[in-house]
Ligand binder design. Structure first.
Ligand code: SF4
Length: 176
């Protein structure tokens, strides 16, 4: 029988160039839920999958606003994209149906805001999307707001906090 994980000669050696997993690292880190909901919204056939938690971030023009975006990406990489899907906040008021449907169809919603202005939370609420958890970086992680856009700090700490929130929401809502 052919050794599928071997180098082809029958031994169990895996050549360095051979991918160890069926999925590449890039595939594992793909934000798949967004194109998936795009297809569903357009009525295209998809292989049905359990929904992840939707993560929106304010991406504001301040250190903590930028941190909301960078740390959310880091959090999704840590939690995995089957658990956390990043969705575009601006597309909600812009009226993009696929993103709105993505939020509605998600297992829950986490809104990450840089500061107490809570722009992502308020935007979502305006469109009747109620976040299950709202993180405010200045308040919840005691990080001072400034306007140095290259000074996003403590990304590891913030992304761990986001992962915790995602896990809490994910585990509190039964899969459909
Ligand atoms: S929540 Fe704060 S940091 Fe984020 S967009 Fe609003 S004002 Fe800017």
């Amino acid at each position: 029988m052919e050794n599928k994980t071997g180098c082809g000669c029958g031994c169990s050696t895996v050549p360095e160039t051979e991918p160890v997993n069926a999925q590449s690292k890039e595939q594992l880190k793909e934000n798949w839920y967004l194109p998936y909901m795009n297809k569903k919204t357009q009525g295209e056939a998809v292989e049905e999958k359990p929904s992840p938690v939707a993560v929106f971030y304010c991406a504001g023009a301040s250190n903590v606003g930028q941190a909301s975006m960078l740390a959310s990406v880091q959090a999704a990489n840590k939690a995995g994209y089957d658990k956390a899907a990043l969705l575009c906040l601006a597309s909600i008021p812009a009226g993009l149906k696929n993103i709105y449907n993505g939020a509605k169809n998600a297992r829950g919603i986490v809104a990450v805001d840089g500061c107490p202005m809570q722009c992502s939370m308020k935007t979502l609420r305006k469109y009747e999307l109620e976040p299950d958890k709202n993180i405010i970086i200045t308040k919840d992680l005691s990080i001072k707001k400034d306007f140095d856009l290259n000074a996003a700090q403590d990304l590891n700490k913030i992304s761990d906090h986001i992962v915790q929130a995602v896990n809490k929401v994910y585990n509190s809502v039964p899969a459909e």
